[in-house]
Unconditional design. Structure first.
Length: 115
């Protein structure tokens, strides 16, 4: 069973920054695609960003230019650097590991953007 442990959420003012981390308990982490998703109250979970095997990244239009996803394969960890945060970025953020035939989710970390 793969476990994903997220951290780094919290309360930040509009325009501020946060860095989320997600560490996986899985061997051969570097062979898996990783993604970040978020879910705001009353809304469906939405894709935010992905980093693929080899380091290629992709972003939702709503966060492009403000968020950066990265991975450290030596630490089995994926990061989401969030800058210029807006109130509409507030949500529970989840990381996802995709083995190609199975999906694993973290427990989520709350991000609140408020003055």
């Amino acid at each position: 069973q793969v476990q994903l442990v997220e951290s780094g959420g919290g309360l930040v003012q509009p325009g501020g920054s946060l860095r989320l981390s997600c560490t996986a308990s899985r061997r051969f982490f570097s062979f898996n695609n990783m993604g970040w998703y978020r879910q705001a109250p009353g809304k469906e979970r939405e894709w935010v960003a992905s980093v693929y095997v080899g380091g290629i990244t992709d972003y939702a239009d709503s966060v492009k230019g403000r968020f950066t996803i990265s991975r450290d394969n030596a630490k089995n960890t994926v990061y989401l650097h969030m800058n210029s945060l807006k109130p509409e970025d507030a949500a529970v953020y989840y990381c996802r590991l995709n083995t190609g035939y199975e999906l694993y989710w973290g427990q989520g970390t709350q991000v609140t953007v408020s003055s």
